[in-house]
Design a binder for this molecule. Structure first.
Ligand SMILES: Cc1cc2nc3c(=O)[nH]c(=O)nc-3n(C[C@H](O)[C@H](O)[C@H](O)COP(=O)(O)OP(=O)(O)OC[C@H]3O[C@@H](n4cnc5c(N)ncnc54)[C@H](O)[C@@H]3O)c2cc1C
Length: 416
């Protein structure tokens, strides 16, 4: 069976791995010059079941409304995007009702735990090197009421086996001594014990090397332009170099999946939510654990003992990936607030932006659709790294006609 995978980010390359493992002949097509050149390039690096909440928590409307006109709000909506987003936006708001939000939260969290298990098996099988660590993450707080609220959520997450510890300031300093300079401002933290870290780009590159040695064919710098149809399915994709026929196709083109699906008259409710990261080299007193700042929707993550990555913020700005200085300043400000001892100084700072493929209920969009031989692996929003292994595995299983190792009913396109 020959399968063409469209896209070589986290979703595409992971699906290719599981397809190949099941014996498929696999071709991965990507318009970029190599793996992970778009949203999977410099993300927050967190594999984080504890942060699997969709963004449309109850009260989101008020927060978005307040962001109008404020260029440095953590979540920012550009007025000129509204006409093209209204249908998606209404669904997004409908999914912010308490019950819907909690349902999606729990679906994502369970799937994220399955993804961790799947990745552990994959690491054992492949010995991929991508800076993996498993120290957990810290949510730190300056206000007692915010900490108490976070502890309530942490208790609620126990129902899906998410483990945590509440830390007072002394315990927090013991767990992460690099926070000592801001000790007096803090009231405590929630330590989620099972979250992990890994560099998504290194993972994609390592998997690409491994699969290249295992007869997977990668066609880079080749854009899928259109499809050739057959009754109930796809016969081939068309690219500038001609047609590429296959028995089955996996659409894993991130935020661009919607446009490609549109050519098949298939509606996938996705919008791009732009996020930013900065990566700063550090030489001494490197923090051990990732730190999450809830108010700014941002994380500070130590990578490989050599750098800190600060990632986050959300901007609905269409497909524009321009790096705007005020958003970068937000992240530099956060880093300075958490680790004032880190010398940023502009030296070697790398700024990046990427487009999260956001579905209106914050869950990924996985599996079959009205075309018999097309399978979707997209819509992961802010969780594409966390959910990569689970999604790649089940989409590959369905493509190959195998029994599914996880029930993907909550993630199917047909829910919309
Ligand atoms: C700032 C930021 C921080 C984040 N932090 C985290 C985090 O800490 N943890 C987490 O779990 N997730 C995080 N995410 C989310 C995660 O990075 C994304 O969900 C994930 O990268 C999406 O992967 P993907 O493979 O679906 O898309 P992409 O990585 O964008 O890959 C899609 C690929 O499709 C290709 N493509 C598109 N159109 C075509 C075409 N027509 N023909 C051929 N190829 C095409 C593109 O070139 C691209 O390579 C973050 C995202 C951002 C922006």
């Amino acid at each position: 069976m020959h399968v063409v995978v469209i896209g070589c980010g986290l979703a595409g390359v992971t699906t290719a791995y599981f397809l190949r493992r099941s014996g498929a002949e696999v071709t991965v097509v990507d318009r970029a010059a190599g793996p992970a050149r778009e949203t999977s390039f410099a993300n927050g690096s967190l594999l984080t079941p504890s942060l699997a909440d969709p963004w449309n928590a109850p009260g989101i409307f008020t927060r978005l409304f307040k962001s109008f006109g404020s260029a440095d709000a953590p979540m920012l909506m550009h007025a000129k995007q509204i006409p093209g987003m209204w249908r998606w936006g209404l669904r997004f708001l409908a999914n912010s009702r308490h019950q819907k939000f909690e349902e999606s939260y729990l679906h994502n969290t369970r799937f994220a735990i399955f993804s961790q298990q799947t990745m552990a098996e994959m690491r054992a099988e492949t010995a991929l090197d991508f800076g993996y660590t498993d120290s957990g993450i810290l949510k730190i707080f300056e206000e007692q009421s915010a900490l108490d609220e976070a502890v309530k959520v942490a208790h609620w997450l126990k129902q899906v086996n998410i483990r945590h510890a509440r830390l007072d300031v002394d315990q927090l300093m013991e767990t992460e001594p690099a926070l000592q300079p801001i000790r007096d401002r803090l009231v405590g933290a929630v330590h989620y014990l099972d979250d992990e870290v890994g560099d998504a780009r290194l993972y994609c590159e390592a998997l690409h090397s491994l699969l290249s040695e295992n007869q997977v064919n990668f066609r880079f710098s080749e854009q899928v332009l259109d499809f050739e149809l057959k009754p109930h399915g796809i016969r081939a994709v068309r690219t500038p170099s001609g047609r590429l026929a296959a028995d089955a196709f996996v659409l894993a083109a991130g935020s661009f999946s919607r446009g490609l699906a549109g050519k098949l008259k298939l509606g996938i409710p996705l919008v791009p939510a732009k996020g930013y990261s900065i990566t700063v080299p550090v030489s001494e007193n490197v923090p051990r654990l990732p730190v999450v700042d809830d108010t700014l929707h941002a994380v500070v993550v130590p990578l490989g003992g050599k750098s800190l990555r600060v990632a986050g913020t959300a901007e609905f700005a269409g497909f524009d990936t321009t790096i705007r200085q005020e958003r970068i300043n937000n992240l530099i400000g956060l880093l300075g607030r958490v680790y004032p001892q880190v010398d940023i100084g502009g030296k070697g700072l790398e700024a990046w932006s990427g487009l999260r493929p956001m579905s209106p209920d914050g869950r990924p969009i996985l599996g079959g659709c009205k075309l018999d031989n097309l399978f979707l692996n997209t819509g992961h929003g802010a969780l594409g790294w966390t959910l990569a292994c689970a999604s790649g595995r089940v989409v590959a299983e369905q493509t190959m006609g195998e029994a599914l190792s996880y029930d993907i009913t909550p993630f199917q396109l047909s829910r919309f």
